[in-house]
Every structure is written in structure tokens, then in C-alpha cells.
Design a protein around this ligand. Structure first.
Ligand code: ATP
Length: 781
């Protein structure tokens, strides 16, 4: 096959061999020449005085020079070193040998120019510097060094020359060695950090982990912990295996393993260089002094005492369950109790041959015999082969936010948007990643813990994410629940460019914000497309590695979490106008880091519509009043049997987990937001893209010639009545609904009525008929 190949392209291969041969010859010539020069120069230092007299006797064969390369060496060195650049002439053989090597190894010469230019700059600079400091030693600086000094000193004096040399040195250090003050500082910092780390390692490790609840210092370690991870990387050992050669002692025949490294693209080289010079991009740099809130801001809520259920209560409940089941002729082979903060789970294994549905039907009877609310039967417990009966504890334990935040599960969570919801029935901290959900629907009757749940979500993120990494958009029609977060506007909130308040309380604004978020989503997708990545995580990683140019519009993208409280209120007043962008965002926004959390009191089907439900696989149900509501939220019943006060069911698909939501009180939120708000923030809230609402008029409406024939009459009706409603036009001018609607749009475009305001009539912007006449006449002029 090889011969075939040779035959098929004879000319090409011949040409290649020819030029390659020439390169080898020329390359080796340069290498040997540089070796000769090197030896000549070095020995010239010791022999120059003896050989000086021979310089005129070059042709005389009887005379011999002492230079290692005889008369050639003596003459060349005389002209290059003595009459030239002195000691720095040694750079010349170095450059020549480098060129020779490039040719010999057939490396493209294009990078060589740079080296030659810098080599020559160094040659001159060293020559002048040596001439300056050692003007009595002509060989050090050479004639060039001496003369240049002489020349420069005539004009600038000794100090002037010294300053010129220093300036040249700065250029060399900055341009050639890429030295910057920050780089030097970073170098020393990393050195001192590694020394400190070595020092730490040398000290005996504190072997006992801190108890969870007292673990107050943990939060302060969050960032250092993250940064330490690479050092603790268990794959370090694996890497050894990958790259190492086999141990010759183990295997007699040694095999050489060549690891093939991928060729790097030009852009990769550039980004590597940028990373080497400036380090990875750090989005937190602008607020580098930002301090995460500490655990002491949170209240333990008396949870230090642990769960309080006494043996008696357990025994009593067990006996009641066994007895009730016995009454219905259901025998129990085994029973086991798992105690949670508010609920205890009794797992029973019935005798063989008992139908599960039979036990399930006894739910109410068991509840009656236990005289307790909130009994839930899980038959069977998925993946366990047992039947679960959840019985509320007589004395519920409050799960404090502090305890879940301090838990190592949350502290060590390497998630994009970790949320500590609370504790499961087996008293484990329940942490989930919002980015994976990717949106969350929360529902529950009033007073059952929704607002606390929302605060738990926000608090979790505040404790874990830097302001540069996440932004919240808060919609709060009740105007009281989320107001506290106003204080962290310049750190964590995002808003529309023209709005004053970051927390949105009015419905028109919500529509604008949602549409603006859709624009942001489209923009982000465009950025992802340009960066050739699939999601925000990859995008940000690429941006941090300086592989994306900020001049091309690339920027670090923070996650955006949109929280809507009282969603029912919104959908009732604005309907489709909010449903459509929400559905769009819910369908598409997961990859680009926009996540929605919507909470509602009324989980009826006209609020949680099919399209919304389909896009919110992760759902939380607090206690609801009916089985139907439970089904609407979860597709299962059970939420109607919860006990309230933060008792909730969480589903992310099929499994349902019962969780006691962590409790965070308003004063705690106030403390956290005060703590964050008192620190230096960004100059303003994160600005969303501008959205000019469709209801503020379109280009077509502005075209006066396309106005409805009844436009003027309608304007008069509206201004006379000072009421901007389409139905008024319909009635007075006897028009159809669509036509009246169109006219209203045109009136708005003309600035006669204000924008759409939900259920209210539009404002009329023209005070009287006279002003209207004037306005319309001016338009037609
Ligand atoms: N996780 C919890 N642990 C203990 N108590 C809780 C918890 N969550 C809520 N509660 C109690 O329930 C009360 C009402 O909670 P919350 O204000 O969150 O209800 P809500 O569902 O938001 O009500 P609304 O819909 O009327 O705003 C709280 O003041 C608190 O006393």
C-alpha cells in the first residue's frame, strides 16, 4: 500500500523531500556555525590580547592564533565582540542555533521573527548597560556599548542614560517576560498560600468533625472549601496511572507509552496565554470583599434539643395501629418506626396474603383510632416492600433554617443552585438543585407555610451564591411578603431599566418583566450558540477560561431566579398575557439559567393550567383543603392530609417525599438582608433588557393614514367621557369588539389613552375636546 501511495504522488513527495533536505542542511550549518561562534567568543575573552597582533596577518599561514577557532575565531570575535556588542554578542550564536533548530526540525519560522527582534533588542540593551556600568572594560560592552553611552551621555548626562536604560528594561520585562505588578503580587500570594498550606498539612489534622448544629464556622469556609477541592482531588492518583510508564520491576519488557495530546487551536493558545497572564476570569472580583452572611444571623428556634418523641408515645401508636388492623383481620409480621421532626413513619410488613388495597382503605379508621390529624398511608413504600403509616408527633419539632444551612449536606453541596428545604421524615436534611428541577411550583392553602418556604429557598441561595452568580426577580402582589429583599437590590436583584422598585408589585410590570425575560432568554441562547455550548454551565466555564471574547458581547451570565408569589392573582387579572411568556420561559429557559418559582394559594385548574403544569415537574404542596386541590398540584392525593405549619410534599416526577420545611422567620430574613445590604454592592440592580410593551403602540398604528375611519369620533367619545374603555366605544359608536379594540390601540399609539392596566380602564391622557382638536390638527399639518 505504501508503494502505491508513493507512486500516485511522485512529484509532491519529491518536492517535499527536496525542501526538507535543504532545511536540514541549512539548519545544521547554522547550528555548527553557532557552536563555532560560541567557542570563538568564549575563548576570545582569554586570548584577545595575545591574538590582537594577528588580526592583520590573517592570510599568513605561519602565524597561529590562540583562539580555539584559530584566526577565524580571533577575527570574527574581534569584529563582533570587541568592535561590536561585547559580552552580549553571545546572544548571536544563541539566535543562530535557534534558527538552525527550527529549520532542522521543520518548525514553521513564523514565530521566530519575534525571537530575533527581542534578541537584537536585548543585544543592544545589554551592550549599552555594560558599557554604562563597566566603561573601563571595553570587552564587556563592546565598542557599540561604549560609543552609544558616550553619544547618549553627551546629550542626556549619566542620569539620563541611566533612566533610558531603566525604561528599556521596563519595556523588556513587560513585553517580553509579560511581567505586571498584579502578576508579581499574585505570584507572591500563591507562594505564600502554598507555604501556608504546607504548614497546615504539617500540623496534625483536627480529626473530630464539628457537630452539625454547632457548626457555626462552616459558612465562612464555603469559598475556601470550594477552592480547595482540586487539591483534594482523588483523581490525582488516577492521573499518575494515566501518564506514568509501567514499572520496569513489575514487567520485564518495558513499554513506552506515548500519550497523544490534542493539537491546540490558535484560540486555545490565546486563551491559555490569557489565563497564564491574568488567571481565570473571576466573576466575583468586582465585589471581592463581599462577605457571605454568617450562621449567627439565623435563630436555632429551640431545635438544639433534637426531636422530642417519647418512648411511650411510640409504643402507644404502635399498639393502636396493630389493634386497628387486627380488628379488620390484618395481621402484622413486623413493624418499625422512623422518627422525623414532625411525623413518625411506622413501616409495617403485613402477614402473607394480605391485600395492600385493604390497608389503604383503612386510612380513616386508623386516623380515627389514633385520634390524630394528618395520617398518610403509603402503600407500598416505593422500593421497600413495606407499607408506611405516617403519624404526626404529639409535639412537633421546628426545623430551623440554621440547622439545615449548617448541615454538611448543604455545605458540601456542589450544586449550581442548592436549596435546603428542610428535613425528611427520617430527619435527613433535604437539599435539591433548583437548576435541575428546573422550575418549581408551590401551592398550599393560606397560612400553611408557603411564604416561609419561599424564604427558605431565597435564604439557601443567599448563603451559597455570590451576588455575581445569581439574581432574583421578585414578584409580590401582596406587597408585604418579599419587601425585605429590597435591601439587597444592588446585590442580588434584577429589574427592568426604567423601574424604580426592584420588587414588582403591580401586574402590568409583571407582564413587561416576563417579556423582558423572554428577550433575555433569546439573547442568552444567541450567546450560547456563538460560544458553541449547550448550557449556561458550559458557557460560564468557557468564559472563565477566557475562551470567549467580551468584545464580542460575551459576558459572565448569572443565574436568574424568578419568584412569583400569589400566582393566582396574576393569572386572574392578566390571564394569557402572563401565561404565554411563563410557558415559553418554562419550556426553554432551563439551559440558559432562568428558573421560575411560582407560588399560589388557589391550586385550581384555571390557575395551574395544563400548559404550566406540564412544564413544572417539580412541585411542592403544603397543606390544601381538598383532595382535588392535592391532585391538581401533585397529581396525587395526600396534601390534604398534611398537618400544616411547613409540613409539605415534594415531587420531582414520580416519587413523593414528605418534608418538614425549614422555618425562617421574618426577623431572621431582615437580619440577613441587612447584613448583605450594608456591604458594598453594585451600582444598581442587575438590569434586564428593555421591553417596549406591545400595548405602547406599534409602527402600523402610528401611521395616520391607516387609522380607522371612526378614529376621530372614538377619540371624542373617550375624551368627553374621560374613560378609556373599548366597550364605551362599542356602545356609543355601535362597533364590533375587534374594531373597538383596534381603535383603542390606535388611540394609545396617538397618546390619547394610556397603556393597558389589567382590569381597570385605561387612563385618558387628553383633558378636554379642545386639546384633542388641537392635537389632531397638528398631526395632520
Ligand atoms: N416550616 C415551618 N415550621 C414551623 N412553623 C411554620 C413553618 N412554616 C410556617 N409556619 C407557621 O405558619 C405560619 C404561616 O406561614 P406562612 O406565612 O408561610 O403561610 P402562607 O402559606 O404564606 O400564608 P399566606 O398564603 O396567607 O401568605 C407562620 O407564621 C408560622 O408560624
Amino acid at each position: 500500500m505504501a508503494t502505491k501511495k508513493k507512486k500516485s504522488k511522485p512529484t509532491a513527495s519529491k518536492k517535499l523531500r527536496f525542501s526538507r533536505q535543504n532545511k536540514i542542511i541549512l539548519g545544521s550549518l547554522l547550528i555548527f556555525l553557532s557552536i563555532a561562534l560560541f567557542f570563538s567568543f568564549v575563548s576570545f575573552y582569554f586570548t584577545w590580547q595575545d591574538d590582537q597582533s594577528l588580526l592583520t596577518e590573517f592570510a599568513n599561514r605561519n602565524e597561529q592564533a590562540k583562539n580555539l577557532l584559530n584566526k577565524f575565531g580571533a577575527s570574527v570575535s574581534h569584529y563582533i565582540m570587541y568592535r561590536g556588542f561585547g559580552l552580549s554578542s553571545l546572544i548571536i550564536p544563541f539566535l543562530l542555533s535557534l534558527t538552525g533548530l527550527y529549520l532542522f526540525l521543520s518548525i514553521p519560522l513564523k514565530n521566530l521573527w519575534n525571537k530575533w527582534i527581542w534578541g537584537l533588542v536585548l543585544l543592544i540593551w545589554i551592550s549599552i548597560t555594560l558599557g554604562f556600568f563597566a566603561d573601563t572594560q571595553p570587552l564587556l560592552g563592546g565598542l557599540v556599548g561604549y560609543e552609544m553611552n558616550d553619544f547618549l551621555q553627551d546629550y542626556t548626562g549619566k542620569i539620563g542614560v541611566f533612566l533610558i536604560l531603566l525604561f528599556m528594561l521596563t519595556i523588556i520585562l513587560v513585553r517580553l517576560f509579560k511581567l505586571t505588578p498584579e502578576g508579581v503580587a499574585r505570584f507572591f500570594k500563591s507562594k505564600s498560600a502554598s507555604v501556608a498550606a504546607d504548614f497546615k498539612k504539617a500540623q496534625p489534622e483536627a480529626s473530630e468533625p464539628l457537630p452539625e448544629d454547632e457548626d457555626t464556622e462552616v459558612i465562612l469556609d464555603t469559598y475556601t472549601h470550594k477552592k480547595d477541592i482540586p487539591h483534594l482531588d482523588p483523581s490525582a492518583e488516577e492521573k499518575k496511572v494515566d501518564t506514568g510508564k509501567p514499572d520496569p520491576a513489575e514487567d520485564e519488557i518495558a513499554m513506552e507509552v506515548n500519550t497523544v495530546t490534542d493539537e491546540k487551536e490558535e484560540s486555545d493558545l490565546l486563551s491559555d496565554k490569557l489565563v497564564a497572564d491574568f488567571g481565570e476570569f473571576d466573576p466575583t472580583l468586582e465585589l471581592s470583599n463581599y462577605k457571605f452572611p454568617h450562621l449567627d444571623l439565623l435563630d436555632p428556634h429551640g431545635s438544639g434539643g433534637g426531636i422530642t418523641i417519647n418512648q411511650e408515645e411510640l409504643e402507644e401508636n404502635k399498639n393502636k395501629i396493630v389493634e386497628t388492623l387486627k380488628n379488620y383481620k390484618i395481621g402484622i409480621a413486623q413493624i418499625k418506626a422512623t422518627i422525623g421532626p414532625t411525623v413518625t413513619l411506622y413501616e409495617i410488613v403485613p402477614d402473607a396474603g394480605i391485600r395492600i388495597s385493604k390497608i389503604k382503605n383503612l386510612e380513616d379508621d386508623i386516623a380515627l383510632s389514633l385520634a390524630a390529624l394528618g395520617i398518610r398511608i403509603i402503600a407500598p413504600i416505593p422500593g421497600k416492600g413495606t407499607i408506611g403509616i405516617e403519624v404526626p408527633n404529639k409535639k412537633a419539632t421546628t426545623v430551623s433554617m440554621r440547622s439545615v444551612i449548617a448541615s454538611s449536606k448543604f455545605q458540601k453541596a456542589e450544586m449550581q443552585l442548592p436549596i435546603a428545604f428542610g428535613k425528611t421524615i427520617s430527619n435527613e436534611t433535604f437539599v435539591v438543585d433548583l437548576a435541575k428541577m428546573p422550575h418549581l411550583l408551590m401551592a398550599g392553602a393560606t397560612g400553611q407555610g408557603k411564604s416561609v418556604g419561599l424564604n427558605a429557598v431565597l435564604t439557601s441561595l443567599l448563603y451559597k451564591k455570590h451576588p455575581a452568580e445569581v439574581k432574583f426577580i421578585l414578584v409580590d402582589p401582596k406587597k408585604v411578603e418579599l419587601t425585605l429583599y429590597n435591601k439587597i437590590e444592588r446585590h442580588y436583584l434584577a429589574k427592568l431599566p426604567d423601574s424604580e422598585e426592584a420588587i414588582i408589585t403591580d401586574n402590568t410590570k409583571v407582564i413587561h418583566t416576563l417579556n423582558s425575560l423572554c428577550i433575555e432568554m433569546d439573547n442568552r441562547y444567541e450567546l450560547l450558540k456563538q460560544a458553541m455550548v449547550r448550557n449556561i454551565k458550559e458557557y460560564n466555564a468557557k468564559f472563565k477560561a477566557r475562551k470567549l471574547n467580551p468584545n464580542d458581547g460575551h459576558t459572565f451570565l448569572p443565574y436568574i431566579v424568578l419568584v412569583i408569589d400569589e400566582f393566582a392573582d396574576l393569572i386572574m387579572t392578566a390571564g394569557k398575557e402572563v401565561e404565554t411568556p411563563i410557558a415559553r420561559l418554562a419550556q426553554l429557559a432551563r439551559a440558559i439559567g432562568i428558573h421560575l418559582i411560582i407560588a399560589t394559594q388557589r391550586p385550581s385548574v384555571n390557575v395551574i393550567t395544563g400548559i404550566i403544569k406540564a412544564n413544572f415537574p417539580a412541585r411542592i404542596a403544603f397543606r390544601v383543603t381538598s383532595k382535588i386541590d392535592s391532585r391538581t398540584i401533585l397529581d396525587f392525593q395526600g396534601a390534604d392530609q398534611l398537618i400544616g405549619r411547613g409540613d409539605m410534599l415534594f415531587t420531582q416526577g414520580n416519587d413523593i417525599t414528605r418534608i418538614q420545611c425549614a422555618f425562617v422567620d421574618t426577623p431572621e430574613v431582615a437580619k440577613i438582608t441587612d447584613y448583605i445590604g450594608s456591604q458594598r454592592g453594585y451600582t444598581s440592580a442587575h438590569l434586564l433588557p428593555e421591553y417596549s410593551g406591545e400595548d405602547s403602540g406599534t409602527g402600523i398604528d402610528y401611521d395616520i393614514s391607516e387609522r380607522d375611519a371612526m378614529f376621530r369620533d372614538a377619540a371624542e367619545v373617550i375624551v368627553t367621557a374621560q374613560q378609556g374603555s373599548a366597550s364605551l366605544i362599542q356602545r356609543k359608536l355601535k362597533l364590533g369588539y375587534n374594531r373597538a379594540g383596534r381603535i383603542i390601540d390606535q388611540l394609545e399609539a396617538a397618546g390619547i389613552v394610556g397603556p393597558f392596566e389589567g382590569s381597570k380602564a385605561r387612563a385618558v391622557l387628553v383633558p378636554d375636546i379642545y386639546t384633542l382638536e388641537k392635537m389632531l390638527n397638528e398631526e395632520t399639518k
